[in-house]
Design a protein around this ligand. Structure first.
Ligand code: PLP
Length: 386
């Protein structure tokens, strides 16, 4: 299957791992809806035995994901959290420590706090997302540094190259959840990270019609994660694999529009009299703007904001938008608005999340690819009545 990393990103998104089907010539990778594979004699098969261990539609997706993130190997999972679980479960042992940034997807925090803490993993969170901030928490027991950039939901930008250096200095691996940026905007492995994780539910699938996840990295590091994938079984089915693969083909054109729309809305929101604060790395006064400009191709489609009217104004706003649907998730073609404290980050205790700046007045926008004038009109209406 084609995996030529020298080809351009959009070419690889359409072709990597997606050669015409050898059996039929089908141009688009077929949905191999089979759980098992007929063998000529015991052990004599064509590379597939049982679809938890491997399925050709999933192989195509895994090959394409590896190519887009410029990694040796990709592994697809049933969800972003199944991918994260496989990383923690395969690479860490009870007594090991993970250092993560405090601003983090609520489900990742819940997984660390409610599943892996009882199992014996120690997670430490830093509010100072600089390399020095991380280094203060790293000990000889730290095996993994886990970051998102930009972060969910406060859109902080972390310097991947600097964090790779500090992690490696102390013998730890750096894992980057690249869900908010997508490989089109940011390739963490090229910047020195060891693992890239995605919720493919988001920009990679791109149409809010599938839940999935993946891990990409060097073959050796992924060997135990591949073992875990089969042993624990959190794999995507062939139809889900097909949907993500189909989404990948248009990733670059969708991302360009997500970024262009957000880049137009963010300064407009900032200048709006009802808006108190806008979190968007594309704004020149965003604290992470310089690092984002260095490590990202563009600034993404996610914007967070707070209103002058505080919590009551936010509550009104959330019920007034029409094009921006009030819904969990992000990264689909349609615009969504989300209230992190009651939705995506509800599993983080109130005092912990409020100390991190995620309060009930925070609003998160996933800017879709609709006409930006319509999106602006929708926000304007919601802001003037909020
Ligand atoms: N990482 C980030 C940054 C997310 O926003 C999410 C989900 O919202 C996840 C991981 C988890 O992915 P999934 O919902 O596919 O399990």
């Amino acid at each position: 299957m084609s995996t030529d990393h020298a080809q351009g990103f959009s070419t690889r998104a359409i072709h990597a791992g997606q050669d015409a089907d050898p059996a039929t010539g089908a141009t688009v990778v077929p949905i191999y809806a089979t759980s098992t594979y007929t063998q000529a004699a015991p052990g004599q098969h064509k590379g597939y035995e049982y679809s938890r261990s491997g399925n050709p539609t999933r192989t195509a997706l895994e090959t394409a994901l590896a190519s887009l993130e410029e990694g040796e190997r990709g592994l697809a999972f049933a969800s972003g959290l199944a991918a994260t679980t496989a990383v923690f479960g395969a690479l860490l042992r009870p007594g090991d420590e993970v250092v993560a940034s405090a601003d983090l997807y609520g489900g990742t925090f819940r997984l660390l706090d409610k599943v892996f803490k009882p199992w014996g993993l120690v997670a430490k969170y830093t509010d100072d997302s600089s390399a020095a901030g991380f280094e203060k928490l790293i000990t000889p027991k730290t095996k993994l540094v886990w970051i998102e950039t930009p972060t969910n939901p406060l859109l902080q930008v972390l310097d991947i190259a600097a964090l790779a250096e500090v992690s490696h200095k102390h013998g730890a691996k750096l894992a980057v959840d690249n869900t908010f940026a997508s490989p089109y905007l940011q390739r963490p492995l090229r910047l020195g990270a060891d693992l890239v994780i995605h919720s493919t539910t988001k920009y990679l699938g791109g149409h809010s019609d599938v839940v999935g996840g993946c891990v990409v990295g060097a073959k050796d590091l992924l060997d135990p994660i591949k073992f875990y994938q089969n042993a624990a079984g959190g794999v995507p089915g062939p139809f889900d694999s097909y949907l993500v693969l189909r989404g990948l083909k248009t990733l670059s054109v969708r991302m360009d529009r997500h970024c262009a729309n957000a880049m137009e809305l963010a300064p407009w929101l900032k200048a709006h009299p009802a808006v108190a604060k806008v979190y968007y790395p594309g704004l020149a006064d965003h604290p992470g703007h310089t690092v984002a400009a260095k490590q990202m191709k563009s600034f993404g489609g996610m914007i967070s904001l707070k209103l002058h009217g505080g919590i009551p104004a936010a509550q009104l706003f959330l019920t007034r938008t029409k094009l921006f649907s009030l819904a969990e998730s992000l990264g689909g073609v349609e615009s969504l608005v989300c209230h992190p404290t009651t939705m995506t980050h509800a599993s983080i205790p109130k005092d912990v999340r409020e100390a991190r700046g995620v309060d009930d007045g925070l609003i998160r926008l996933s800017v879709g690819i609709e006409d930006v004038a319509d999106l602006r009109a929708d926000l304007e209406r919601a802001l003037t009545t909020a």
